[in-house]
Write a protein that binds this ligand. Sequence first.
Ligand code: ATP
Ligand code: MG
Length: 413
Amino acid sequence: MAADKIRVLIVDDIAETRENVRKLLQFEVDVEVVGTARTGKEGIQLAQEMNPDVVLMDINMPDIDGITATENIRRNSPHIQVVILSVQGDQNYMRRAMLAGARDFLTKPPMGDELISAIKRAGEMAHTEREKGAKQQMVMSAAVGASPMGGFMPSTHGKIIVVYSPKGGTGCTTIAVNLAIALHNEDTRTVLIDGNLQFGDVAIFVNEQGKNTVLDIAPRVDDLDSEIVDEILIKHEASGIRILAAPQRPEMAEKISAEQFMKVLQFMQRMYSYVVVDTSCILTDVILSAIDLSDVVVLVTTQEIPAIKNSRLILDLLNTMGISKDRIVFAMNRFDKRIAITPERVSDNLKHELTAVIPLDEKIAITAVNRGIPFMLDNKSQPIGKGIFALAEAVRARIIALDGENEASTARR
Ligand SMILES: Nc1ncnc2c1ncn2[C@@H]1O[C@H](COP(=O)(O)OP(=O)(O)OP(=O)(O)O)[C@@H](O)[C@H]1O
Ligand SMILES: [Mg+2]
């Protein structure tokens, strides 16, 4: 469909690169190069004028560099997706690019099919984002079939839920493990993935260490079938969930690229209703791309000022990355009512409602870890277990609401 063509803007100071990229794209019927710019400044200006779907962006350029230009474009037009093209294979650039809101990162010279598939992925995302924007404008006037939540057909695609805390030790893994168990049932099968590739401890939390890990899947991610994956995943008999553990040793983490990890998540989405990802507080490329790909981010804080301060920073960053507020379920863990910093105060302060509060219970939480038996199995009726149930409900409700929005916008088209 002509209307669905992906409109591309090329920003690069070297004429030869602009020409090569243009040539690579000229035979793609659904891709159209709508303009080229030679500097970051020109790129920002043209992005505003041409309103492309995808910007292919160089990093080193006269006047404004590609990362700053990306940030600027994403701030002004969040639906425009940026793919960075750079000679630097340097991981630091990749991280900075992702933080600036870039969708993808390719090294120069890009291979034809690599470039085209990156553009198509980004283009699809741009179209979805545009629709969302249009929908928000129409939602006031259109009397959409406002059936109660759940009246919409849920999408058949599994949902990715990333559990993240910008402060170590706040209980991210505790929440990821117990949330996965709470979400799992026969109709909504759930897999738990350890995204803390260096020091992941999900396997220990369920006493299943020493088995297969993500290293058994990631390297052959382009060549998987569900039977192989089913063989490799750890089956946690007591709860029924499946688990993909982190590598056995920290130095093995770097064997897994962000791209491989993303593909693993996408594969899991086809097999499971919920894909829960545990993370580390350090924002690795792997974790950034998981967040980027996720449907919902469970952001974990505590009542401690450093955790709250970091939550503020991460809320800003998620905003820059184009993660809308309604994709974030904010949760407080280790809640102790004797401490004056209440969930309400934190919500007010960060202007983001705390949707779930999980009480402090060291006896239950620590015993659970040490025995390798998650408390959602044997202590789910205790307040800490009820807190997790409430969180699981909030996540489910959020997913249904987000699905409903997408359904409504598709229906209107
Ligand atoms: N609600 C809670 N009440 C009491 N203790 C808790 C609670 N949640 C987690 N804990 C305890 O806090 C410690 C840290 O938890 P956990 O490992 O889940 O944190 P984390 O954020 O994943 O840490 P890391 O940054 O190391 O990955 C554990 O001993 C855990 O048992
Ligand atoms: Mg952890």
